[in-house]
Design a protein around this ligand. Structure first.
Ligand code: NAP
Length: 291
C-alpha cells in the first residue's frame, strides 16, 4: 500500500512555486498577492485561513487578511470584495466559507471578479471547467489532481466513484476525472445521499473519492481490493482525551481500509495540504493573467 502523503506532494508543488515567485521578484516584478476575507471567529475557519497565509509566506506570495465581525451586513462584505476587485495590486480573492446566516454565500461567490476567483467557485469558472476551458479549478479537486500526478496514479480507463456532489469538491472532481486530459479519462459515477446501493457502487471503484463529511463512513467492506482511495473528509469529532478537545476524522475508516488499497490518502496530512497547494497555484495563475 502506497501512502499518498500530502506533505511530500505539497512540498514539491510549493518548492516549484517558490522558485517561480523568487525569479519574479528578482527580476524587479511585484510578488503575487492573495487577499483573504474571514468573517467571524469560527475555529476551523481561523485554522484554515492561518494555514493559507502561512503557506503564502513560505512560497513568496504576498497575503492580506481582511477580518469582518460575524454580525457584519452582507452589503459591507460585498463592498469589501468590490474594493479588492478594483485593486490592481490584488491577484486573487478568497472568502472563507461558511458564512454567517445573514449573508448569501451565492451572492458573495458571484461578487468576486472571475479573473481573481482563485477558489474557482464563481459560476463562470465552473462553466469553463465543464466545457474543458482553461479556468481556476476549485482548490480541493485541483489539489487531488496534483496529488495523482505527483504519485503517478494511472486514471485512464479506470472506474472512479465520487461520493458527494457539492460545487466545491464532489462535482468538480467528477468533471476532472471524466475529462479528456492527463489524470482524467475515467468512467465516473457520482453518488450522493439519495443513491441506493452505495456500497455495491463503491465496490466497483478502481478510484474511490470520499467527500461527504461523515467521519469514517467508508468501511473496508465497501472497498475493492487494490483500489486507490482519496479521503477528502475533514470533521472535528469531540474527544476529551485529545489536547484540543477534538480529533480530525476523515470520511474513510483508515485503519481497516488501508490494507485493502493500493494507495490511500491519510487524514490529516493528505488532501487538506494539497488543497492549499492548489490555491497557491491558482494565485500564481491569476497573477500571470492579470499582471
Ligand atoms: P457538502 O457540501 O456537505 O456535500 C456533501 C455531499 O455528500 C453532498 O452531495 C451529500 O449528498 C453527500 N452525502 C452526505 N451524506 C451522504 C451519505 N450518507 N451517502 C452518500 N452521500 C452523502 O460537503 P463538502 O463541502 O463537499 O465537503 C465534504 C467533506 O470534505 C467535508 O468533511 C469537508 O469538511 C471536507 N472538505 C475537505 C477539504 C480539504 O481540503 N480536505 C476541502 C473541502 C471540504 P446530497 O447532495 O444529496 O446532500
Amino acid at each position: 500500500m502506497l501512502l499518498l502523503d500530502g506533505k511530500i506532494a505539497s512540498a514539491a508543488v510549493k518548492a516549484a512555486l517558490q522558485a517561480e515567485t523568487q525569479l519574479l521578484v528578482q527580476s524587479g516584478k511585484r510578488a503575487p498577492h492573495l487577499a483573504a476575507i474571514l468573517v467571524g471567529t469560527n475555529g476551523a475557519s481561523e485554522t484554515y485561513v492561518a494555514s493559507k497565509i502561512r503557506n503564502c509566506e513560505e512560497t513568496g506570495i504576498r497575503s492580506t487578511l481582511v477580518r469582518l465581525e460575524s454580525d457584519v451586513q452582507e452589503s459591507v462584505l460585498l463592498a469589501a470584495i468590490d474594493q479588492l476587485n478594483n485593486d490592481p495590486g490584488v491577484d486573487g480573492i478568497l472568502v472563507q466559507l461558511p458564512l454567517p446566516k445573514q449573508i448569501s454565500e451565492q451572492k458573495v461567490i458571484e461578487a468576486i471578479n472571475p479573473t481573481k476567483d482563485v477558489d474557482g467557485f464563481h459560476p463562470s469558472s465552473a462553466g469553463k471547467l465543464v466545457q474543458g476551458l482553461s479556468t481556476f479549478i476549485p482548490a480541493t479537486p485541483y489539489g487531488i489532481m496534483l496529488m495523482l500526478e505527483y504519485f503517478n496514479i494511472e486514471t485512464k480507463g479506470k472506474h472512479a466513484v465520487v461520493i458527494g456532489r457539492s460545487n466545491i469538491v464532489g462535482r468538480p472532481m467528477s468533471i476532472l476525472l471524466s475529462s479528456n486530459q492527463q489524470r482524467g479519462n475515467c468512467t465516473v459515477t457520482i453518488c450522493h445521499s439519495q443513491t441506493p446501493n452505495l456500497k455495491e457502487i463503491c465496490l466497483q471503484a478502481d478510484i474511490l473519492v470520499a467527500a461527504l463529511g461523515r467521519p469514517e463512513f467508508v468501511k473496508a467492506d465497501m472497498v475493492k481490493e487494490g483500489a486507490v482511495v482519496i479521503d477528502v473528509g475533514i470533521t472535528r469529532v469531540d474527544d476529551a482525551t485529545a489536547k484540543k478537545g477534538f480529533r480530525i476524522k476523515g470520511d474513510v475508516a483508515f485503519a481497516e481500509v488501508a490494507p485493502k488499497t493500493s494507495a490511500i490518502t491519510p487524514v490529516p496530512g493528505g488532501v487538506g495540504l494539497m488543497t492549499i497547494a492548489g490555491l497557491l497555484k491558482n494565485t500564481l495563475q491569476a497573477y500571470k493573467q492579470n499582471a
